[in-house]
Ligand binder design. Structure first.
Ligand SMILES: NC(=O)c1ccc[n+]([C@@H]2O[C@H](COP(=O)([O-])OP(=O)(O)OC[C@H]3O[C@@H](n4cnc5c(N)ncnc54)[C@H](OP(=O)(O)O)[C@@H]3O)[C@@H](O)[C@H]2O)c1
Length: 288
């Protein structure tokens, strides 16, 4: 019997062309891990992020493996011109097998006390970049009747808390967007996934200058664990497995998400706000 893991990466039978994976936010954390894992599965890579030198470093590491072609495409996806450039690049990549919309960041200030520029940048990156790049990729995927799109959301998509309003809202949009596409793509072999990690070791909290002690050690996930769970949940892309548009790595976070569905809103928000106040008192803060 064919191993489903191989089905994911077998070159296109008719053309023997190699599969291509484009990953946004590939210069660090979860995105860099997607790049490594998809290279291991035999994909050629297109790596997108702002820091060219970090992308080059990762590309050199991956090119060390035989056969892998890696293209570095530096871009600030909050810039309409850069986004348009990546959009066109995808349009010219007919054998795109994976699109991983992963680039993202968090913010600390309350919405009412924040700079509008940073909130706009977050909405632009989480929402508009994902919307545009998915729009560039999907027509060819539908035509080829194959392909995988991973939209990296968060467990935060199921909650709201002070200081995280736009983060939670844009991550919620990513889940809803993926849900809608999954409905629209029923009957095709194109798979869309909203990946919802909990707290994960990466540069995310360093960028925000957040103290990791605000979260118990046993709640942290590794980027490798998150990516392995995502790729496994994508299935074999033949439509034979149950399609699941939502991937929540770890049973602990599945319970957390379940709690968001069964607790009444006032209790959920009260607990969120109480936790936020406690963290502030301790001089710590949180975001996932
Ligand atoms: N870590 C967590 O606890 C956690 C939990 C749930 C969800 N997530 C989500 O997982 C995704 C990946 O985060 P991570 O944890 O791997 O964080 P990370 O290590 O900080 O990586 C974020 C990536 O996004 C890129 N990026 C940021 N702004 C960008 C922009 N304007 N244009 C292009 N690329 C940009 C960064 O590259 P450059 O700086 O080089 O541009 C970097 O490669 C994010 O969407 C995040 O919201 C993370």
């Amino acid at each position: 019997m064919t191993d489903p893991a191989n089905l994911l990466t077998e070159p296109h039978a008719e053309t023997s062309e190699r599969h291509v994976a484009l990953i946004t936010g590939a210069s660090a954390g979860i995105g860099a891990m997607f790049a490594r894992k998809l290279a291991e599965r035999g994909c050629d890579l297109i790596l997108v992020a702002r820091r060219k030198e970090k992308l080059e470093q990762l590309a050199d590491e991956i090119r060390g493996e035989p056969g892998a072609t890696v293209t570095v495409l530096p871009a600030d996806l909050t810039s309409p011109a850069d986004l348009a450039r990546v959009y066109e690049h995808i349009k010219k990549t007919p054998n795109l097998e994976y699109l991983v919309n992963n680039a993202g960041f968090g913010l600390l200030p309350k919405f009412s006390e924040s700079e509008i520029e940073s909130q706009n940048a977050m909405a632009q990156l989480h929402v508009m970049a994902t919307l545009n790049l998915t729009h560039a990729a999907l027509p060819k995927m539908v035509e080829r009747n194959r392909g995988f799109i991973v939209n990296v959301a968060s467990v935060a998509a199921f909650f709201q808390s002070p200081s995280n309003v736009v983060y939670c809202s844009t991550k919620r949009w990513l889940v809803s967007f993926s849900d809608g596409l999954d409905v629209e793509l029923t009957g095709t072999n194109v798979v869309v996934q909203a990946l919802c990690p909990g707290f994960t070791y990466s540069e995310f909290h360093d960028v925000m200058k957040v103290d990791r002690r605000s979260v118990p050690e046993n709640m942290w996930l590794s980027a490798e664990y998150v990516v392995d769970k995502s790729l496994k949940a994508l299935g074999d892309g033949t439509g034979k497995r149950n399609r699941k548009y939502l991937c929540i790595p770890s049973w602990k976070y599945k319970l957390v998400v379940l709690s968001s569905k069964i607790l009444p809103r006032f209790l959920r928000n009260y607990l969120g706000a109480a936790r936020h106040r406690r963290m502030q008192k301790l001089g710590l803060t949180e975001q996932m």
